[in-house]
Design a protein around this ligand. Structure first.
Ligand code: GDP
Ligand code: MN
Length: 412
C-alpha cells in the first residue's frame, strides 16, 4: 500500500481523533518527549501503587496537584480520570480511587480500560486554554497544524459547533514549519496575548512540528495548551500516536508500547501477523484482501447487520494463520454469525478450508457459518469443508452472502 502514510485526512481526523490507528503513547511518555524537545510541561511523577505517593509528593511542588489516570483515551476529565487535589490527603484519595479500577470515557466505550499507572503533577492556574494538534492531511498530503482558541473542549465538538474557530496551517515538508505560519495562527487570537505569551506559543508550535517529524507521528495533540496566570505557556495534556509503518525505524518508541491497553483479541491477532480490528457489530468476518474485506463490511451492513471485526488474512496466509484467525472470531463472545468470504488467488481455497477445519476441532462453532469460496483450488476447498462434518451455509456470490447474512441476523 503506497498511501498508508497519509492515512488520516483532516475531516475524518476532526471526528475521529481518538480512534486513529497507530501506536499510541501515554500522556506521561509523550510529555517526556515534549520536555526533551523544549515544550514546557508540568512537573510530574508516575506511580503504579499507592506506596509511591510520598515519593511522588517530594518530586512535585504543588499545591495544587493534578492526579491523572494514564490510559490511551481522551475524555478522562469528564469521566473522573483527572482530579485536582489541594492537599496530600486528596492526592492519595484520588490516586487510590483510580489505581486498579477501570476507567470508561467517551473514547474507550464499554467497560473501559483498567488504570495501572497514575501521573501526579503540579497543578497550574489556567488563564486561557488553546487546542494545538498536528496530523497529516490526506487531501494536500501535508503535515498540518491545527490550532483553536476553543481549547479544553473536544475538537470534535468545536468542529461541529463552531468550525470557524479551527485554524489550519499546511506545512511544506521541504521548508518545514515557518515563523510566519505561527503568526497566522497566533494573530487570529482575540484578545491578542502579550508578546511573551505569543513567543511561548510560537516556540511550542515550532517544537510540535519537530516532535511530529522526528518521531514519525500520525498525530500529536495538546488539549489544552494552557496560558497560566503568570503568563507561561504549558502543555497540560499530551497525546502522541506513532505511524505503525515507521516503527521499524523508531526502535526506542516500540519500547513504549503498552500491551495493557490492547484488546486481548487484537493482541492475539498481532502475534500471528493477522490484520484484525475489533468492531462493534456481531457478524464475524474472515476475508482475504483489504478491498474485499471492505466490500464485505458493506454487504454485511446492507444486510441490516454490523461487522464484529475486520479480518484480512491476506494473500500469504498459511493454514496456521487461517486457523488462528478463525479461532479469534470464535473467541469473540458477541459474534452471532460468521462469514468467510475468500477469493482465492495466492491464498488457495484448500489451505483456507484446512485452517478452518483445524480451528473448528479446537473450538466449537456455536453460531451459523456462511461460506463463500471462489478461486484457486475451490473444488478441493469445498470438499474438505464438506467432508469435515462442519455445518455451514454456502453462498455463491456477494448477493447470496447478503441474503444469508440478512436471514441469520433476523431476530438477533
Ligand atoms: P482529558 O480529559 O483526557 O483530555 O485530560 P486533560 O489532561 O485534558 O485534563 C482534563 C481537564 O482537566 C483539562 O481540560 C483542564 O481543564 C483540567 N486540568 C488538567 N490539568 C490541570 C491543571 O493543572 N490545573 C487546572 N486548573 N486544571 C487542569
Ligand atoms: Mn485533554
Amino acid at each position: 500500500m503506497t498511501n498508508v502514510h497519509y492515512s488520516c485526512d483532516i475531516k475524518a481526523e476532526e471526528s475521529q481523533i481518538g480512534v486513529l490507528t497507530g501506536m499510541k503513547l501515554h500522556e506521561y511518555q509523550a510529555k517526556e518527549i515534549f520536555s526533551k524537545e523544549g515544550i514546557p510541561t508540568p512537573n510530574g511523577h508516575l506511580v503504579d501503587s499507592a506506596d509511591e505517593i510520598p515519593k511522588a509528593m517530594r518530586a512535585v511542588t504543588g499545591p495544587p496537584w493534578v492526579v491523572k489516570a494514564q490510559v490511551h483515551a481522551g475524555g478522562r476529565g469528564k469521566a473522573g480520570g483527572v482530579k485536582v487535589a489541594r492537599n496530600s490527603y486528596e492526592v492519595a484519595v484520588a490516586t487510590e480511587g483510580m489505581l486498579g479500577k477501570p476507567l470508561a470515557t467517551k473514547q474507550t466505550g464499554g467497560d473501559g480500560i483498567k488504570v495501572t499507572k497514575v501521573l501526579i503533577e503540579d497543578g497550574v492556574e489556567i488563564d486561557r486554554e488553546f487546542y494545538l494538534g498536528m496530523v497529516v492531511d490526506r487531501e494536500t498530503r501535508m503535515p498540518t497544524m491545527i490550532f483553536s482558541q476553543a481549547g479544553g473542549m473536544e475538537i470534535e465538538e468545536v468542529a461541529a459547533r463552531t468550525p470557524g474557530l479551527i485554524l489550519k496551517e499546511h506545512i511544506n515538508p521541504i521548508t518545514g514549519w515557518l515563523p510566519y505560519q505561527a503568526g497566522n495562527l497566533i494573530y487570529s487570537l482575540d484578545p491578542l496575548p502579550s508578546p511573551g505569551v505569543r513567543k511561548g506559543l510560537a516556540s511550542v508550535m515550532a517544537n510540535v512540528y519537530k516532535v511530529f517529524i522526528a518521531n514519525d507521528c500520525s498525530m500529536v495533540e495538546i488539549n489544552p495548551l494552557v496560558v497560566t496566570k503568570d503568563g507561561k505557556v504549558i502543555a497540560v495534556d499530551a497525546k502522541m500516536t506513532i505511524d505503525d509503518n515507521a516503527l521499524f525505524r523508531q526502535k526506542d518508541l516500540i519500547e513504549l508500547d503498552d500491551p495493557n491497553e490492547k484488546d486481548p483479541l487484537e493482541l492475539k491477532a498481532e502475534k500471528y501477523n493477522l490484520n484484525y480490528i475489533r468492531l462493534d457489530g456481531n457478524v464475524g468476518a474472515m476475508v482475504n484482501g483489504a478491498g474485499l474485506a471492505m466490500a464485505t463490511m458493506d454487504v454485511i451492513k446492507a444486510a441490516g447487520a454490523a461487522p464484529a471485526n475486520f479480518l484480512d488474512v491476506g494473500g500469504g496466509a498459511n493454514e496456521e494463520m487461517i486457523s488462528k484467525g478463525f479461532e479469534i472470531i470464535l473467541l469473540d463472545r458477541r459474534v452471532r454469525a460468521i462469514l468467510i468470504n475468500i477469493f482465492g488467488g495466492i491464498l488457495r481455497c484448500d489451505v483456507l478450508a484446512r485452517g478452518v477445519v483445524a480451528a473448528a476441532k479446537t473450538k466449537s462453532i456455536r453460531v451459523p457459518l456462511i461460506v463463500r469460496l471462489e478461486g484457486t483450488n475451490v473444488e478441493e476447498g469445498r470438499k474438505i469443508l464438506q467432508e469435515s462434518g462442519l455445518k455451514f451455509l454456502v453462498a455463491k456470490d456477494l448477493a447470496e452472502v447478503a441474503e444469508l447474512v440478512s436471514k441469520q441476523v433476523q431476530g438477533m
